[in-house]
Design a protein around this ligand. Structure first.
Ligand SMILES: Nc1ncnc2c1ncn2[C@@H]1O[C@H](COP(=O)(O)OP(=O)(O)OP(=O)(O)O)[C@@H](O)[C@H]1O
Ligand SMILES: [Mg+2]
Length: 276
């Protein structure tokens, strides 16, 4: 087993346009460990999808070096924003069957994997349903079922929740969390800062460069006092999650919390202790 990291050194992606060469990714250094959850954020056009495609092996680089490490032997899959773009079957079962046949599976093993995948995403009851009749959220779950059936060890999600309602979004995040808990590495591209809470690490891009790399808490909190406007998240023009906004508001009112919460649930737990 290859245990070396998936490592990028000064990776650039450029396109030639009518105005000349445009750098979309500008000398990116990046490490992705086996089983890690890496969140990728940044404003529109900052290069997230481009980075995601390179990470999934779908786009060649213009300069730099990529050491595949553990990814060399791994199955890598990508889940896109628009679920229609990646489903190929008429029915749920047919879609998964095609996905598995493409990688050379048949018979009992195909049947086993199909069952495991449907169960993992909770679509067993829709096995014979027409893909066209699924909701957006169900289509995304089907796309993930394809990744699970392929036994992917790295799944790149590019704004996979952006077309979903809050419930479907939660369900998808939960499914991804379970995959992560079972050892699958996740690259999670999102505009929703609320979705970062479970990530091991965050990378924020701005104009094709890495402007922040580190843990989630430090991304949202400038310092221990949580002063406004100074966190990496705010400097990059991204909206803070509600819970962290609330902490800043509380701070302005003179209410100091014992710890820095990341989610509404964590904030509530601390307030409950304080009010006891
Ligand atoms: N094939 C291409 N040719 C030329 N320019 C491109 C090409 N693909 C992407 N770009 C440009 O590269 C930049 C980064 O695009 P990318 O899709 O990676 O950004 P993004 O961070 O995913 O944005 P969004 O949040 O809107 O999804 C954009 O300015 C885009 O116009
Ligand atoms: Mg994008």
């Amino acid at each position: 087993m290859n245990l070396r990291d998936y490592e990028w050194e000064r990776v650039s992606v450029a396109y030639s346009t009518v105005d000349g060469i445009r750098l979309i990714l500008d000398q990116i250094d990046l490490v992705l460990r086996r089983g890690e959850w890496l969140a990728l954020v940044g404003r529109n056009g900052s290069g997230k999808s481009t980075l995601a495609k390179v990470a999934a092996g779908l786009l060649p680089i213009s300069a730099g070096r990529i050491e595949l490490g553990w990814v060399e032997q791994a199955t890598v899959r990508m889940v896109l924003q628009n679920p229609e773009a990646q489903l190929i079957g008429e029915t749920v079962e047919e879609d998964l069957t095609f996905t598995l046949e493409i990688i050379g599976l048949t018979g009992a093993e195909l049947e086993r994997r199909l069952g495991v995948a449907l169960q993992a995403v909770g679509l067993e009851r829709l096995r014979y349903a027409a893909v066209a009749e699924l909701s957006g959220g169900q289509k995304q779950l089907l796309a993930i079922a394809g990744c699970i059936a392929s036994e992917a060890q790295l799944i790149v999600f590019d704004e996979a929740t952006s077309m979903l309602d809050p419930l479907a979004r939660e369900r998808l995040l939960e499914t991804a969390s379970q995959l992560h808990a079972s050892g699958v590495a996740i690259v999670w591209v999102t505009h929703e800062m609320e979705e970062l809470a479970g990530a091991d690490r965050v990378i924020a891009l701005d104009q094709g460069r890495v402007e922040y790399e580190g843990n989630v808490r430090r991304f949202f909190y400038a310092d221990a006092t949580g002063r406004r406007g100074e966190s990496a998240c705010e400097r990059l023009g991204l909206a803070l999650p509600f819970a962290i906004e609330a902490v800043a508001e509380l701070g302005a009112q003179g209410v100091e919390l014992p710890e820095q919460p990341l989610t509404g649930a964590e904030l509530l737990a601390q307030l409950e202790v304080m009010l006891r």
